[in-house]
Write a protein that binds this ligand. Structure first.
Ligand code: FAD
Length: 436
């Protein structure tokens, strides 16, 4: 009998799951229902759309024609309810979609701090293409903007606005950028770039209220009573997995939707993947959320196989993000917690992993050569995490060494003394590694 699979959410987790199902079950009926009326696009790419370096059309990386040729139906609609006992989902426009197996891949939404005036017109967050288009529109008439929050998205917002010639103020509650993930030198490198981009960084300040004029943002009031005029306030204080559908359907949820190693939820015919899912971290045995494009793809692939009954336990790899922070190409991988206190985020940021702040039995060594920095977290016999800023020659070898848990005991002492020698040593750790 033809199996009917329904996937809620047309992000990387949903799309990769659909492709996997099709590969494993050529006869299956596969439908993705998503609430964005545009084809599949790169969400991290929104930062480049905002700063004007990439046109919108280049963000669309899977066309509807590709879905059609795979035999995957993409329909637009907002799922308002899951009814597990009837094996169906209800769409806001009244349609119902029956399923044999269901995947929840609805991602996460940006949090808004609870501040007076936070709902004024001109307060923005960045989740979707629609948000980026709106920010670009608002930036045309804004003279001054304020950005609050931490992590990658706050900077992307600040840089995007500055690139659009809006006078941009980045307000930090803490004393340095992304203190719970980066070490002081890494924060300093990023903040140096912000200064070069004419972004005015304010440290140790906190917004008390958003002040409006005729329903629109006119200024922010800081805790010390001072007023900073702005027509735009961009907020990136963290994200919240969209657990409501699952919770209202009676599934077990915590911060995200709880999953077992097969990415199955507490209902055997319902699975979850991507930003919305809480998955087991094999290193600590705890459930964690990731907000990473690569993790959403990995989980989508694993969930797709599980939906078809062909899954194997999801082996969560060390979390990885290769991105740009303050214009500096940066690789973040494994457990890297800088150990600092985080003042600017109330939860996980986008492009962030719950596992980054794990303090494993490891110590940090740093090779700093001005514009570039390499930080390694050394365990007893392996590298447990790394931050590579600037020169990315060692990014690929490190991804391999950390994700494959390569034994480095033979060179550990030398790395502890001279971490910058890693480049000379990679070939002794794995043939061909240096050439990756
Ligand atoms: C500006 C920005 C920058 C980022 N930068 C990075 C980065 O540098 N590196 C990195 O690794 N990651 C980054 N990320 C995070 C990355 O994009 C996410 O981790 C990834 O997109 C998660 O994939 P997903 O499939 O779980 O969910 P999503 O991509 O969020 O897709 C979920 C989809 O489900 C839809 N949906 C929600 N509710 C419903 C409903 N009820 N009915 C129907 N559809 C629904 C949503 O609208 C959305 O289209 C960034 C994200 C943003 C926004």
């Amino acid at each position: 009998m033809t199996q009917r699979y329904v996937i809620i959410g047309n992000g990387p987790a949903g799309a990769t799951a659909a492709e996997t199902i099709r590969r494993l079950d050529s006869a299956a009926d596969v439908e993705i229902v998503g609430d964005e009326g545009v084809p599949f696009y790169s969400r991290p790419g929104l930062a480049y759309l905002l700063n004007g370096t990439v046109p919108e059309k280049l963000l669309f990386s899977r066309s509807d024609r590709e879905y059609a040729s795979l035999g995957v139906r993409r329909t637009v609609g907002r799922v308002s309810r899951i009814e597990p006992t009837h094996h169906r989902v209800v769409v806001a426009d009244g349609r119902t979609l029956a399923y044999d197996r269901l995947l929840i891949a609805v991602g996460a939404r940006a949090l808004r701090p609870d501040l007076p005036g936070i709902d004024l017109d001109g307060v923005v967050t960045l989740d979707k293409l629609e948000d980026a288009r709106r920010i670009i529109r608002l930036a045309r008439s804004a003279r001054q903007a304020c950005v609050v929050g931490g992590g990658i998205t706050a900077l992307e917002l600040a840089e995007g606005l500055a690139a659009r010639r809006v006078e941009t103020h980045y307000l930090m509650r803490g004393e340095r950028y992304w203190a719970s993930v980066l070490d002081p030198r890494e924060s300093e490198l990023v903040e140096g770039r912000l200064a070069e981009e004419d972004i005015q960084v304010h440290r140790g300040v906190e917004v008390r209220a958003v002040i409006g004029h005729r329903g629109r943002v006119a200024a922010v009031e800081l805790q010390d009573g001072s007023i900073l005029p702005c027509e735009l306030l961009a907020v990136a204080v963290g994200i919240q997995p969209r657990v409501e559908l699952a919770r209202e359907a009676g599934l077990e949820t915590g911060r995200g939707v709880w999953t077992d190693p097969m990415l199955q939820t507490s209902d055997p015919d319902v699975f979850a993947a991507g930003d919305v899912a809480e998955v087991l971290d094999p290193v600590t045995g705890r459930r964690v959320c990731d907000s990473l494009w690569s993790s959403a793809n990995d989980q989508g692939r694993a969930a797709g196989a599980s939906l078809c009954g062909a899954g194997t336990p999801y082996q969560r790899p060390a979390p990885l993000n290769v991105t740009r922070i303050g214009g500096i190409t940066t690789t973040l991988i494994g457990s890297i917690g800088g150990g600092g206190r985080e003042d600017d985020l109330v939860s996980l940021a986008r492009g962030d992993s719950g596992a980054w702040r794990e303090r494993l039995d490891a110590f940090a060594v740093v090779a700093d050569s001005g514009a570039d920095q390499l930080r390694l977290l050394l365990g007893t016999d392996r590298i447990t995490g790394a931050v590579v800023m600037g020169d990315q020659t060692l990014s690929r070898p490190l991804q391999h060494l950390i994700r494959e848990r390569v034994d480095i005991s033979a060179v550990r002492d030398r790395l502890a003394e001279h971490p910058g020698d890693l480049g000379k040593l990679v070939d002794t750790l794995g043939p061909g590694l240096g050439a990756r």
